[in-house]
Design a protein around this ligand. Structure first.
Ligand code: PXP
Length: 263
């Protein structure tokens, strides 16, 4: 049986912590829970605006993790210098905009070719393998190979959004989704096309010798579609796992506090 690696993205635990600027929930506790319960990799994103993971978190996670750490980052020079010092097991280059809520699309390898090539060279000089987070197009696969990346992570956001439009009662749907009114048959064709794009891109990347990961917006309802794409060997998933953990843990959390506050 083919093995699929699960990268658990624990940024969202730090989002909750940063909302209060305290040390609860403890990101290192989250790291250990993920490590002890079947994750194959830990994924974190050191954003330029440090809205969740802080430099000290990244350092502690990389030093304390029993699993490989995949560090997502932009191609900003200051961030790359920090990443090279931190020496994660892999760096995944992602596009980053300050105003975005989360990563909104793949890296544009054509427009930013020169700075991405420079970033890859800097990371390789520090012996850090590089993955590029890209939209599932053939051109992106070709360019990723040409630029010398070891791996691509296919952006599944578009697939996940269309899936959410069709099955909005099943899973979260971004507030900005405006196409809910589209006929179901149109949405189903769009879903098929987005899956076809992922399959074609994964097969092409694999044929070029690139390792293939996928991520963004994957959840308990749509992840099975990714299992059908044999070239994808790794999934990076955050929001849906942390969101589910609220409800798999909330009942016990309330019971425990009730016990402590009962006379
Ligand atoms: N992969 C990449 C490159 C990402 O930027 C993110 C979001 O931080 C993820 C995977 C995980 O996405 P989600 O939180 O929607 O599961």
């Amino acid at each position: 049986m083919d093995k699929m690696r699960l990268g658990v993205n624990i940024d969202h635990v730090a989002v909750l912590r940063e909302a209060r600027k305290v040390n609860d929930p403890d990101i290192i506790h989250a790291l250990h829970v993920a490590c002890m319960n079947g994750a194959d990799q830990i994924t974190i994103h050191l954003r330029e605006d440090r809205r969740h993971i802080q430099d000290a978190d990244a350092k502690k996670i990389i030093q304390g993790s029993s699993l490989p750490v995949n560090l997502e980052c932009s191609i900003n020079k200051e961030i790359l210098d920090i990443v090279c010092d931190l020496r994660p097991h892999r760096a995944t280059l992602v596009p980053e905009k300050r105003e975005e809520v989360t990563t909104e699309g793949g890296l544009d390898l054509i427009t930013h070719e020169e700075s991405i090539a420079f970033a890859i060279e800097q990371l390789h000089d520090s012996l850090i393998p590089v993955s590029l987070f890209v939209d599932p197009t053939l051109e992106a696969m070709e360019k990723a190979k040409e630029l010398g990346a070891e791996m691509v992570e296919l952006h599944t956001g578009s697939f996940a959004n269309i899936f959410a439009m069709i099955y909005s009662s099943l899973c979260y749907c971004h507030h900005s989704i405006k196409e809910l009114e589209l006929p179901r048959s149109t949405l189903e064709s769009k879903l098929e096309k987005s899956l076809e794009d992922l399959k074609t891109a994964a097969a092409h990347a694999h044929s070029l010798g690139l390792e293939v990961a996928a991520g963004h917006g994957l959840n308990y309802h749509n992840v099975s579609y990714m299992m059908e794409i044999s070239e994808i060997v790794e999934l990076n998933i955050g929001q849906s796992i942390i969101a589910r953990s609220v409800f798999s843990g909330l009942a016990e959390a309330v019971r425990e506090m009730k016990r402590l506050t009962s006379r």
